[in-house]
Design a protein around this ligand. Structure first.
Ligand code: TNX
Length: 452
């Protein structure tokens, strides 16, 4: 189990250090070894790392823990090719440390997603939530419903094409993520955000045969699957069935956000049936917090909170409802964790709807256990940093909006809250910027940090 971690470490550290770093399965240890050891007795999800004059030893209970230790070693090596003597015992605060990438508003090809996966690995993030469908495009091949990609994948925000993942493409993404111990969480957003579906299959509208025009704008909340038609559920069951075959991870996200043109009773009917379909396929449902308006979710359904650090009026009750139904929450507060918010009013990319721009300091200055009443660490599965791509087109766009703020969210997800302070974080971020320069990750030299 340690061998693939060693191979990864070799791949990243050879170019960074110039050392040959040959890999061996040793029968004995030698002075100067960089040893990667899987053995019991280490922190859950984490690792112990020791740097002595005899060598370096990283030990963990399992490969994901070892991989996290390897990321720490990369950061220790960042300053050059020597590492100061140290011992570190480290473990994550939250099991789920996610990033969401919206590939629906703008399509991102497989290589772009792989680059982002590598970026996430560096920060010890372990979940990639892919927002695969929206009004502006459908991005995953479904054999039983081919027009989803023939028609529904041909659009994106502001035009210029679109695109989709074949099943082999998607398997490649999932496998690449797995090689970095990252779980892919696919999202099929229903019942709203479905114009691309309805344009492909007008029989899924309530009116019948007339296909709505394809949509390449930004405003949403106008589309809905037809709740009263049995065909809607046959469609959804087929999609989830095919998606589950591509999904080794435990979760399927079914959206449920901003269904502003679905009447409330219909919304509840739909959410109950759709979440039961996912459960019948053996997966745990995740939904945006609006889905908690239902009190008939499968036991253990996970809610994803996207309101603000001070909850808006309609956000608290549905979020708490997931806990009452045996589930937990993932916190993605839009005013601090959304990587598509502008840094400041002059940022060329990004949006401002979530309480205005989000500075780097604001991205660090919050805690997921301070947002909802009675919701502490035990009620939280974890934390996520979403990036919506209405204004984001290239990998450079993606990285320069994500970095450095994604490092703030990753640290909030991993490190204990005690002792976190902006005064201590900002200089580390400046050093991290120099490291990002070295490894070819774009970032915004945003205000508030004394970048080198
Ligand atoms: C709201 S936050 C959305 C997305 C948009 C985003 C833009 C959420 C669950 N839904 O549809 O892309 O705002 O920031």
């Amino acid at each position: 189990d340690a061998l693939p971690v060693a191979e990864y470490l070799g791949e990243v550290l050879r170019p960074e250090t110039g050392f040959p770093l040959p890999i061996a399965l040793p029968t004995a240890s030698h002075p100067g070894d960089l040893a990667l050891v899987i053995e019991p007795g280490h922190p859950t999800g984490g690792y112990d790392l020791a740097v002595t004059s005899d060598g370096i030893r990283i030990a963990a209970n399992d490969a994901p823990g070892l991989f996290a230790g390897v990321q720490t070693l990369r950061q220790l090596v960042a300053a050059g090719t020597t590492v100061a003597a140290t011992t570190i015992s480290d473990a994550p605060r939250f099991a789920y440390r996610g990033a969401m990438l919206d590939v629906a508003r703008h399509f991102f090809p497989v290589d772009a997603v792989k680059k982002y996966i590598d970026d996430l690995a560096l920060l010890k993030l372990n979940a990639l939530h892919l927002h695969l469908t929206d009004d502006q495009g459908w991005r995953i091949a479904i054999d039983g419903w081919p027009k989803l990609t023939e028609i529904g994948a041909s659009t994106q925000v502001n035009g210029g094409g679109g695109g989709y993942y074949t099943k082999d493409d998607y398997r490649e993404i999932v496998a690449y993520a797995a090689s970095r111990y990252i779980t892919v969480v696919p999202e099929i957003d229903v019942p709203g955000h479905t114009n691309a579906v309805l344009a492909s299959y007008p029989e899924l509208t309530c009116d019948g045969d007339e296909a709505p025009a394809p949509y390449e704008g930004i405003e949403v909340g106008f589309s809905s699957l037809c709740i009263g038609k049995e065909q809607t559920y046959a469609f959804f069951d087929d999609v989830i069935g095919e998606l589950v075959e591509l999904t080794p991870g435990p979760w399927i996200h079914i959206g449920g956000d901003e269904s502003n043109s679905t009447p409330e009773a219909d919304f509840l009917t739909f959410v109950n049936r759709a979440s039961a379909i996912v459960a019948a396929h053996g997966k745990t449902v995740i939904g945006w917090h609006e889905m908690g308006r239902s009190s008939e979710l499968p036991q253990g359904t996970i809610g994803e909170y996207w309101s603000y650090t001070t909850p808006q009026a309609d956000a608290t009750a549905p979020s708490l409802s997931f806990l009452q139904q045996g589930g937990q929450l993932i916190m993605a507060p839009a005013d601090v964790a959304y990587l598509d918010m502008k840094y400041d009013p002059l940022s060329p990319l990004g949006l401002v709807w979530a309480n205005g721009p989000t500075s780097v300091e604001e991205s660090y200055g919050w805690d997921p256990a301070d947002i909802l009443p009675g919701v502490g660490d035990d009620q939280l599965l974890g934390v996520e940093a979403p990036i919506w791509t209405e204004t984001i087109v290239t990998v450079d766009d993606l990285e320069s909006m994500a970095f450095p703020r994604i490092a703030s969210v990753a640290e909030i997800a991993w490190s204990p809250r005690e002792g976190r302070s902006w005064a201590e974080f900002a200089p580390r971020l400046a050093a991290f910027g120099a490291y990002l320069d070295g490894v070819g990750i774009r970032y915004e030299r945003a205000a508030g940090v004394d970048w080198r």
